[in-house]
Design a protein around this ligand. Structure first.
Ligand code: GSH
Length: 223
């Protein structure tokens, strides 16, 4: 049994949970999952023990709530890279690795127009909702990043740096939002979106997300 436990929330909604979950699953790092659903009694009773920030995701080494916790998605991916340097969390080439970290950090710290107007909601469809000029600017900036990175570093496969890395885990929830809100991509961005959505880890997460029935008002501005 693995020593690692990832604390996550609802698969339909929790985009930050999805990122380390995808990286670990796609790259074959063994872990247990502890799901705490938003607005649940489990959350009210246990989140204070399971998360030093009362947010998810959290990576525990040893017993959840008693072992060693790493919190925040970026820090979790860095910790995983230290624990499993062979797994390919970040690309092997130093410049590719620097670019991958730049992209993940840039997304993590910004794009609030897109993130606020189009919350992740895998099972729902709200075509046309959430679009405004600031969101379009975020989308254009993302597509430019993807195109430039794919042409500089992506020759070896369908992902930004060829094989799947943490940078791709960062962008998978974004391309899922584009499906929910009917944002049409074309060319290279569309091909990249398809590669992310078809990755086996994302397929597995989506299958579970579609079984969930909880409705979380905070993440449902258009329902
Ligand atoms: N910067 C954090 C963000 C974590 C975050 O905001 N998580 C959301 C779920 S996706 C959460 O726990 N929300 C619960 C709340 O706000 O009470 C990260 O990258 O992990």
């Amino acid at each position: 049994m693995s020593d690692l436990t990832l604390v996550i929330a609802n698969k339909n909604y929790s985009s930050w949970s999805l990122r380390p979950w995808l990286a670990m699953t796609e790259l074959g790092i063994p872990f247990s999952e502890r799901m705490v659903k938003f607005d649940s009694e489990d959350w009210a009773r246990n989140i204070g023990t399971l998360s030093p920030t009362r947010l998810v995701p959290v990576l525990w080494e040893g017993e959840p709530g008693a072992g060693f916790a790493t919190f925040d998605s970026i820090a979790i991916l860095e910790r995983l890279h230290e624990l499993h340097p062979e797994a390919g969390i970040w690309p092997a080439d130093p410049r590719a690795r620097a670019r991958a970290r730049s992209l993940a950090a840039d997304f993590h710290a910004g794009y609030s127009a897109l993130r606020n107007a189009m919350p992740m909601n895998i099972r729902s469809r709200h075509p046309g909702k959430g679009m405004n000029p600031d969101v379009q600017r975020d989308i254009d900036r993302l597509c430019a990043h993807w195109s430039r990175t794919r042409s500089e570093f992506g020759a070896g496969g369908a992902f930004l740096f060829g094989g799947f890395s943490a940078a791709d885990a960062f962008f998978t929830p974004v391309v899922s939002r584009f499906v929910t809100y009917g944002v049409a991509l074309d060319g290279e961005a569309k091909a990249y979106q398809e590669a992310l959505l078809n990755a086996s880890a994302m397929q597995a997460w989506t299958e579970e997300a579609l079984k969930e029935t909880e409705f979380v008002p905070m993440d449902e501005p258009y329902a």
